[in-house]
Write a protein that binds this ligand. Structure first.
Ligand SMILES: Cc1cc2nc3c(=O)[nH]c(=O)nc-3n(C[C@H](O)[C@H](O)[C@H](O)COP(=O)(O)OP(=O)(O)OC[C@H]3O[C@@H](n4cnc5c(N)ncnc54)[C@H](O)[C@@H]3O)c2cc1C
Length: 144
């Protein structure tokens, strides 16, 4: 549906059997988004187009493909440290990137937020400043 903003000719296909429930199929159909139920076997790229080879031998041609890979959070360290977790295997932090354990700060995709580089860098800047100030406070010094 997000890609529909850029093109009125969208087809969804997948390497495995596609799992889209009936309600979502209706919604996608209303937007003119096609669902290809034959699974993808191979993609061929040329300068002009992408050819999708589907199970059963049929072919579809597209201007481009947009992969939706998904991601899994590697939260083993957070679990081992018994940090408080929030949505989707993400570490819960306060507004200064402090976790539930004193002296441990978290930044980036492992924190619940928009998963983008600029956000991760912003988190890291906040975490580093907080860490610095927390250490100064522990040493009885004013925050800088
Ligand atoms: C396919 C794809 C395309 C993307 N495109 C964009 C884009 O165009 N623009 C954009 O802004 N963002 C994009 N992103 C998102 C962006 O990559 C992430 O938001 C960003 O990398 C998050 O940085 P991070 O440091 O939190 O995590 P990561 O970059 O994932 O770094 C975490 C690091 O920690 C390591 N690690 C994990 N657990 C341990 C452990 N226990 N011990 C030691 N090391 C460990 C991992 O190996 C990894 O190197 C994309 C992501 C993907 C997957």
């Amino acid at each position: 549906m997000f890609l529909r903003t850029y093109s009125d000719d969208i087809t969804i296909f997948a390497t495995d059997a596609i799992k889209i429930d009936a309600d979502d199929r209706v919604l996608l159909g209303r937007l003119g988004i096609k669902i290809e139920d034959h699974s993808l076997e191979q993609l061929d790229f040329s300068a002009e187009q992408v050819t999708a080879h589907l199970e059963g031998g049929s072919k579809l041609r597209f201007d481009t493909v947009y992969p939706a890979l998904g991601s899994d959070a590697n939260d083993m360290l957070a679990q081992a440290l018994d940090l408080k977790m929030g949505d989707g295997c993400c570490i819960s932090v306060d507004q200064k990137q402090r976790t539930s354990r004193d002296g441990i700060y978290a930044a980036g995709d492992i924190v619940h937020a928009l998963d983008q580089i600029s956000v991760a860098m912003g988190h890291a800047a906040i975490a580093a400043t907080t860490l610095h100030n927390d250490l100064r406070e522990k040493d009885g010094l004013a925050k800088s």
